[in-house]
Design a protein around this ligand. Structure first.
Ligand code: NAI
Length: 397
């Protein structure tokens, strides 16, 4: 089958297995070029391990720390003429590369919110690893069925209190547009907190702690975002921000609990990056394109793998106390939030027009990175070649 990108709105409905393998290989090469991280974790679970920050975390722990990894994700296998999802191909490639290096890697394609997912990970750890040193929580999900009540919650990206009108970008045509987002109802806020807040993270820790599977100096890290004033109404003061508040509160609670046995629970505030989830957030892609332009000009640009590599090598596993801000958060968005960077982004935002858009925004970079999330746009890959879309995960029966 010849596989080409098919873009519908902010999603690409096809993915390329060879391109996804290249995407994983490039991340692996990046990690390798930075050398091994001493004192890193050896037994790791990543929840949300197939794309974005979670995939980068799995790659850094495996190839930068030599860790055994269990990855949990929810992806689609190829069916008839439909390709698998990018996260599926990424995980196939990851497992193959881990196997080539003699590294243990098991994957579970399952809804992470359900009790069965936790039970299956518990069983795998008991059988193969004994305990774990690190759990990365990197879920970005549109919905959650609550494991106790059975109720389905959906996450929405809306402002709170009043509707909000902002310029945005229609990425399919590179045109500026004005969007108005309606204010969220209390029900929508609560549902978003249920999906993207910390309750499920706590359920994971409960399940593992109950079975005494948290190793000595166990650490768990979840990812959050703060962002500048420019995006506050939509992000940090919106429904997703409420969920992140809950996630951060959960981190404090878990940290108190784990500290008693030498463990830690932390939040890493990461930089805004193009991922499958973030490109779906209204207004944010326009901010990315302006931010990326400035960060590239200043030689400060980082992608997912660079962020996570730096998180592990300069924050989490240095042998020194983990540096956090006044709210106890690890700040990997330190370069994004630098005053000179933000001043320039704000200046671009204020003078933005359709005429100067291509000059002020890194549109080409955005489109390239977006396509690469699905395995397209790599010079090394021959996209005219016939490929088999059916790829099996080694560790699934
Ligand atoms: P992503 O869309 O690339 O990855 C989401 C992962 O969650 C995938 O592995 C997917 O399979 C998995 N997933 C979704 N629903 C699932 C379910 N029900 N069961 C099992 N797995 C499921 O997202 P991204 O951007 O890497 O986000 C990860 C975390 O990082 C999120 O908490 C996000 O808020 C945070 N973050 C993202 C930033 C960004 O700009 N992309 C910035 C800072 C934080």
């Amino acid at each position: 089958m010849i596989i080409q990108p098919k873009i519908r709105g902010f999603i690409c409905t096809t993915a390329h297995p060879v391109g996804c393998a290249q995407y994983v290989q490039k991340q692996m090469d990046y990690v390798r070029s930075h050398g091994m991280i001493g004192n890193g974790p050896q037994r790791v679970v990543v929840v949300g391990a197939s794309t974005g920050y979670g995939l980068a975390s799995r790659i850094v722990t495996a190839f930068g720390c030599g860790a055994s990894t269990i990855g949990v994700f929810l992806e689609k296998e190829a069916e008839n003429s439909r390709t698998a999802s990018a996260g599926w191909y990424n995980s196939v490639a990851f497992e193959q590369k881990a196997k080539n290096e003699g590294l243990y890697a098991r994957s579970l394609n399952i809804d992470a919110f359900c009790d069965e997912a936790k039970q299956r990970v518990v069983d795998l750890i008991k059988k193969d690893l004994g305990a774990i040193d690190l759990l990365i929580y990197s879920l970005a999900a549109p919905r959650r069925q609550h494991p106790r009540t059975g109720q389905v919650a959906k996450s929405v990206l809306k402002p709170i209190g009043a509707p909000h009108t902002s310029i945005s970008i229609d990425a399919s045509t590179n045109t500026l547009e004005t969007v108005t987002l309606p204010a969220a109802s209390q029900e929508e806020i609560d549902q978003t907190v249920s999906v993207m807040g910390g309750e499920d993270w706590e359920f994971w820790i409960d399940a593992l702690a109950r079975e005494k599977l948290l190793g000595e100096r166990f650490m768990t890290v979840a990812y959050s975002y703060v962002g500048p004033e420019l995006t506050k109404i939509i992000y940090r003061h919106g429904t997703i921000g409420r969920a992140k508040d809950h996630l951060e509160k959960t981190a404090k609670k878990l940290d108190e609990r784990l500290k008693k046995t030498g463990g830690r629970a932390l939040i890493s505030v990461n930089k805004a990056l193009v991922t499958q989830s973030s490109s779906a957030i209204p207004v944010i892609p326009l901010y990315f394109t302006l931010l990326n332009k400035v960060m590239k000009e200043k030689n400060l640009y980082e992608n997912c793998i660079a962020q996570i590599c730096r998180l592990f090598s300069t924050r989490l596993y240095t042998g020194n106390p983990i540096p956090v801000d006044e709210n106890g958060l690890i700040r990997m968005d330190d370069l994004e939030t630098r005053p000179d960077v933000q001043a320039q982004v704000l200046e671009s935002w204020k003078k933005l027009s359709q005429e100067n858009l291509a000059q002020l925004a890194d549109l080409d970079g955005y489109h390239r990175e977006f396509l690469q999330l699905f395995g397209f746009g790599f010079d090394e890959v021959n996209y005219e070649a016939d490929v088999n879309p059916v790829q099996k995960l080694l560790s699934l029966p």
